[in-house]
Design a protein around this ligand. Structure first.
Ligand SMILES: Cc1ncc(COP(=O)(O)O)c(C=O)c1O
Length: 410
C-alpha cells in the first residue's frame, strides 16, 4: 500500500505522543546472546502457569457465559471486594469497595487519572527520576512536569515544601512511587511519608500513589501507604497484579476515597474501553481466592528476586571500578547505578552491547537536566549465571571507559 502524499492532519494533542525511549532501546537489547538487564520484566519461569490453567478451567466451567459477556465498567464485584480487602490488609485504610475501579493494568489507571485531572498546561510534581511510562502519560495530556529532588531514600520533603512555596501555579497532583521505585529501587522511609502526607494535606495537594512493587519486599518492615496515613485526604492509590501474578492478564486498579472522582474515572474508562476483560478479571479473582496461592507465589518471587539482587550487588562490588555508586533496594525489580564523574551511560551502551550486556541509560527517566551518568539495572529477569557474567562484562566496559588504558609509548 502506498503511503499518502501528505501526512494526515493530527490533533495538536498528538504532538505530545512520543514513543518511549526505553521501548526503542529494548528492541536493540533483545538480540540473541545479549545478557539484558534492560527490561522491567518479571521472571517468566516463575509465572504460575498451571494455576492459571486451572483458574481458566474453573471460570469457564462455573458460569462461563458471564465470563465471556460484557461487564460493568467498575469491574467484577468479587474482584473489587478482594482488592479493597487486600489494600486494607497490606496498605491501610484507602478506599471503600464501591470506590475501587478495575483497570487494564496500572498503566491505564495512570492514564485515566491524568485524563480526569489534567488540563493542558497544568503542573504535575514527580520524583526525579521517575517512571517513564507515567511521564509519557502526563506529557500526553500536555502537563508541565516538575521533578523534585530525590535521594537514596526517595523524595525530599523539603524539596516538596520549597516547590509548593515557589511554584508559579499550584500543581494538580504529586506522583509518587513510594516502594522500590522505578527506576531507582529506593523506598520512602516512614518519617518522609509522614512529612509528605502532612505537607500535601496542608496544601490540599492530591497525592497520586503508584504501588506496583510493594508486595515484593525481601527485607525490612512493610510501611503504610502514604494515602492511608492519618493526615491523608482524598488521595489516589494505584495497584496492579502485574508484578505479583502475571502482567499479561492486565489487571490493575485505582482506589480513591473521593466518590466524585471515582465516578469520573468510571466514565472516563467507559469511554476508553467499556470495561476490563471479563474473563481475565474472573481468572485473577479465582487465583487470588485460592487459599495460599498468592502468598506462596509472592514468597517464591521474593526468594528468587532476593537471591538475584544479592548476586548482582556482590558482582557489582567485585567488578565495578571505584567511583561507581548504586542503590541497594529492599525489594522490587531494579537498582540504579551512577558511573563516575561525567561518564555518559547512553554513549557507553553501544560498547556494552558489543560486550553482549545491556542496561537502560538513565537519562529518559529524568524530568529535566538528566544525569547522563545514571543507568537502571533489572535483576528479576536474569539467571544467576547471566547476572554473574553480565555484571563482569559490564564492569570491564565501564572500567575501560572511566580509566582507559594508557596509550602505548612509541
Ligand atoms: C511504577 C509503575 N507504574 C505502573 C506500571 C504499569 O504496570 P501495569 O500496567 O503492568 O500494571 C509500571 C510497570 O512497570 C511501573 O513500573
Amino acid at each position: 500500500m502506498t503511503p499518502p502524499d501528505h501526512p494526515l492532519p493530527l490533533a495538536a494533542r498528538a504532538e505530545a505522543f512520543r514513543p518511549s525511549a526505553i521501548r526503542e532501546i529494548l528492541k536493540l537489547t533483545a538480540r540473541p546472546g545479549i545478557v539484558s538487564f534492560a527490561g522491567g520484566l518479571p521472571a517468566p519461569e516463575l509465572f504460575p502457569v498451571d494455576a492459571v490453567a486451572r483458574a481458566c478451567e474453573q471460570v469457564l466451567s462455573s458460569g462461563g457465559a458471564s465470563a465471556l459477556q460484557y461487564d460493568v465498567t467498575e469491574g467484577h464485584a468479587p474482584l473489587r471486594e478482594w482488592i479493597a480487602a487486600h489494600l486494607a490488609e497490606h496498605d491501610g485504610p484507602i478506599a471503600p469497595v464501591e470506590n475501587i475501579l478495575v483497570t487494564n493494568g496500572g498503566q491505564q489507571a495512570l492514564d485515566l487519572v491524568a485524563k480526569v485531572l489534567l488540563d493542558p498546561g497544568d503542573t504535575v510534581f514527580t520524583e526525579n527520576p521517575s517512571y517513564l511510562g507515567a511521564l509519557q502519560v502526563f506529557r500526553g495530556y500536555q502537563a508541565r512536569i516538575v521533578g523534585l529532588a530525590s535521594d537514596h531514600e526517595g523524595l525530599l520533603p523539603d524539596a516538596l515544601e520549597h516547590a509548593l512555596a515557589t511554584a508559579s501555579a499550584k500543581p494538580k497532583f504529586l506522583y509518587l512511587i513510594p516502594n522500590f521505585q522505578n527506576p531507582t529501587g529506593v523506598t520512602l522511609p516512614l518519617e518522609r511519608r509522614l512529612r509528605i502526607a502532612e505537607i500535601a494535606a496542608r496544601h490540599r495537594l492530591i497525592v497520586l500513589e503508584d504501588d506496583p512493587y510493594g508486595r515484593l519486599r525481601f527485607e525490612g518492615a512493610s510501611l503504610p501507604a502514604v494515602s492511608a496515613l492519618p493526615a491523608g485526604q482524598s488521595w489516589i492509590h494505584l495497584g496492579t497484579t502485574s508484578k505479583i501474578l502475571t502482567p499479561g492478564l492486565r489487571i490493575g486498579w485505582v482506589a480513591t476515597a473521593d466518590s466524585r472522582l471515582h465516578e469520573k474515572l468510571v466514565s472516563a474508562k467507559q469511554a476508553a474501553d467499556l470495561h476490563t476483560a471479563s474473563f481475565n478479571q474472573r481468572v485473577v479473582n479465582a487465583l487470588v481466592r485460592t487459599p495460599g496461592l498468592l502468598e506462596n507465589h509472592v514468597r517464591e518471587l521474593c526468594a528468587t528476586y532476593r537471591r538475584r539482587r544479592d548476586l548482582m550487588l556482590s558482582a557489582l562490588e567485585q567488578h565495578l571500578p571505584p567511583g561507581c555508586t548504586w542503590t541497594r533496594p529492599e525489594g522490587g525489580l531494579f537498582l540504579w547505578l551512577r558511573l563516575p564523574g561525567e561518564a555518559n551511560a547512553l554513549a557507553l551502551l553501544s560498547r556494552a552491547m558489543e560486550a553482549k550486556v545491556a542496561y537502560v541509560p538513565g537519562a529518559p527517566f529524568w524530568t529535566d537536566r538528566p544525569d547522563a551518568a545514571t543507568l537502571r539495572l533489572n535483576y528479576s529477569n536474569a539467571t544467576d549465571t547471566a547476572i554473574r557474567d553480565g555484571v563482569a562484562r559490564l564492569g570491564q566496559v565501564i572500567a575501560h571507559e572511566v580509566s582507559p588504558p594508557a596509550p602505548a609509548l612509541a
